[in-house]
Design a binder for this molecule. Structure first.
Ligand code: FES
Ligand code: FES
Length: 187
């Protein structure tokens, strides 16, 4: 059965070796931050870092990933403190967010090799599709992440995961907090 290292943990998948890495991560390892978009290598939603390279996890089987070092969005940082994560938030380069984990992984792999990428280098290294069209902000975010990685700029950390329902409802008025629903029901 294929063995590999996922987010610094040794993993052995007791499933069909022909299973795409994407499904092993999502369904067997419960690492659902890696998204399924097209399944055929077009969108980049499933991007993970394999031995330092951004790869589409829908295109490689776990047999092909045997012995390799895999990083998913869950393993990039524990508190959204990676420069690409911080810069994506700071530049508001996230809309619906579906493409975001894949874009962050492509961006992180790029910044690790080239912390001062040009617009053309960013466009080449991040082929990910974004149906919301964040591309202009994405270029700014990746260049800003590079400056953070080079320590020529700092960004305060992105909000910690796990926002409370009440805080979410204050920020996004369309969300009704559980407390408000309960109050309505008792009226
Ligand atoms: S799901 Fe892998 S490239 Fe679209
Ligand atoms: S932010 Fe919606 S698909 Fe990219």
């Amino acid at each position: 059965m294929p063995r590999m290292t996922v987010n610094d943990q040794p993993v052995e998948f007791e499933i069909n070796p022909d299973t795409p890495l994407l499904w092993a991560l999502r369904d067997a390892a419960n690492l659902t931050g890696t998204k399924y978009g097209c399944g055929v290598g077009d969108c980049g939603a499933c991007m993970v870092i394999v031995d330092g390279e951004a790869l589409r996890s829908c295109l490689i089987t776990i047999a092909e990933a045997e012995g390799r070092f895999i990083t998913t969005i869950e393993g990039l940082s524990r508190d959204r403190s990676h420069p690409v994560q911080q810069a994506m938030v700071a530049e508001q380069a996230i809309q619906c967010g579906f493409c975001t984990p894949g874009i962050v992984m492509s961006g992180a792999a790029l910044i690790a090799k080239n912390a001062a990428p040009t617009k053309a280098e960013i466009e080449q290294a991040i082929p990910n599709l974004c149906r919301c069209g964040v591309y202009p902000r994405l270029v700014k975010a990746i260049q800003r992440a590079g400056r953070v990685a080079r320590r020529s700029e700092t960004i305060s950390a992105a909000p910690a995961p796990g926002i409370s329902a009440q805080d979410a409802a204050q920020t996004v008025p369309a969300i009704v907090s559980p407390e408000a629903v309960a109050a309505d029901e008792t009226e």
